[in-house]
Design a protein around this ligand. Structure first.
Ligand code: PMV
Length: 334
């Protein structure tokens, strides 16, 4: 929570010391917030075209600390639109200025686990600690759009709300908020589901989301097969909502396998992803890539996490056994 009153001086005194410029004792404003990474259980890429998607929050989090500063910086580096786009746009969109930002994270970057969206959400939450969830989701999505270009609000919405969400271009009774962008209106709803046993396998290859999203757009405009695959991903995601509510692991696994085949059709899988999926399949209900693809991570739903971990590591990947359905963005003690 912010500490009042605000000091905008340049005398670099420590907290609570006398400010020689203003001749009074005051405190610097310091705030901190965190937001979770995510996995997309179903519907990545298709969601950008307005199809349904399901995401859940990970225990891995990113933490952001903000304090008044003469020189705007991000982890000690001067802040600018090109090298620190999320922080740059978050400041601009939140209406704040004159701050130093420090960030620490346990979400691997470029792995498809939502590190950039979690950063956008944690930044806005730390810059505007009193902000409501709905506005936090909207502003963070604007940050992502400005920093990344074409994007759906899936990642920023799950990093905001936590637990699990279902996104669709149709309204639902459990709607949390709706967000418009790229000529689509997305309705974001809370999804009540049980913890399911998930293992994440990182291929070790970092792939940027923006170019993969643009690649799918090009293929979508060119090929009927890709448009059909995107629509089918939307339909199977609707089935997955029912399976998740029932905790039907067999059905969830079958739908994940089908989703993975369709992700291959739209050109976002890779040799490294297929290698890990082949390795975990004998011990899993189902497995698929998660996030943008091209590298990044796979997820497997399994009763045998240790066997799956071994299989991933034997093929040169790194495995995380972590719980899902974690808490969304929150303020932290700095
Ligand atoms: O790989 P990530 O964590 O950036 O996830 C991207 C998810 C996409 O559906 C491919 C893009 C989006 O904006 O929804």
């Amino acid at each position: 929570m912010p500490i009042q009153p605000v000091c905008h001086c340049s005398c670099q005194h420590s907290e609570g010391d006398e400010c020689y410029k203003r001749k009074d004792i005051h405190l610097h404003v310091k705030t901190a917030a965190s937001a979770p990474g995510k996995i997309i259980l179903f519907g990545e890429h298709a969601v950008v075209f307005g199809e349904s998607s399901i995401a859940t929050a990970l225990q891995l989090r990113i933490r952001v600390k903000i304090e008044d500063a003469e020189r705007e910086s991000f982890n000690g580096v001067y802040l600018d639109a090109r090298s620190t786009p999320h922080a740059f746009h978050a400041l601009r969109l939140s209406g704040r200025s004159g701050v130093g930002i420090s960030v620490s994270s346990d979400i691997p970057a470029g792995a498809g686990l939502g590190s950039s969206a979690a950063l956008s959400v944690a930044l806005i939450r730390a810059l505007r600690p009193e902000i409501e969830e709905r506005e936090l989701a909207e502003l963070s999505y604007r940050v992502e759009l400005a920093a990344q270009g074409r994007a759906s609000p899936a990642d920023t919405s799950i990093a905001t709300h936590g637990r699990a969400i279902y996104i669709s271009s149709r309204e639902t009774a459990e709607e949390l908020w709706s967000i418009r962008g790229n000529e689509v209106t997305w309705h974001v709803s809370h999804l009540e589901m049980k913890q399911i046993p998930v293992v994440i396998g990182f291929t070790g290859i970092q792939a940027a989301t923006g170019p993969l999203v643009m690649k799918v757009k090009t293929l979508y405009e060119k090929y009927k097969l890709v448009r059909e695959a995107i629509a089918e991903i939307g339909l199977l995601t609707e089935e997955a909502v029912v399976a998740l509510r029932r905790n039907d692991l067999v059905r969830i696994g079958e739908l994940m396998d089908r989703n993975q085949r369709l992700l291959t059709v739209i050109g976002v899988s890779s040799r490294e992803i297929e290698k890990l999926i082949d390795a975990v399949r004998p011990y899993s209900y189902g497995a698929k890539l998660t996030g943008a693809g091209g590298g990044g991570c796979i997820i497997a739903v399994t009763d045998n996490p240790e066997r799956v971990r071994e299989a991933i590591e034997l093929r040169g990947g790194s495995a995380f056994i972590t719980s899902i359905y974690s808490e969304g963005a929150r303020c932290e003690n700095e």
